[in-house]
Design a protein. Structure first.
Length: 115
């Protein structure tokens, strides 16, 4: 997996926007809320995404994973090398993160986005 693969997965989801925040992070959002963040200037490339409350402890303890700095309280995890997960796992986690974030959007935003 590389940044282009993750970008393709994220951009395949409805109404996704992307931008660079903090000068070095590629951020994918729905309704202005982040669901996936990829480090642009790191080698190996790292990323963060949201998981379910039930998965948080387990995934945080997988090799190469830890609670994501600054956003762990919202059940985000950090992977230190995006190549440690295969494409199907990335698709699963990105789709899930997107869904979790989308579910918390205010009704007004959901209506504006026609979701």
């Amino acid at each position: 997996m590389n940044i282009e693969d993750i970008t393709a997965i994220c951009q395949s989801l409805p109404k996704v926007t992307q931008d660079v925040k903090w000068g070095h992070d590629l951020v994918f959002s729905i309704g202005g809320k982040m669901f996936c963040v990829v480090g642009l200037d790191e080698d190996p490339t790292s990323a963060s995404f949201k998981v379910t409350d039930e998965e948080f402890e387990e995934v945080s303890n997988w090799p190469g994973f830890k609670p994501a700095p600054y956003v762990a309280k919202y059940k985000w995890v950090f992977i230190d090398d995006i190549s440690k997960m295969n494409k199907s796992k990335w698709e699963q986690f990105i789709n899930q993160s997107y869904g979790l974030v989308k579910a918390k959007l205010p009704p007004k935003i959901i209506k504006q986005l026609e979701l």
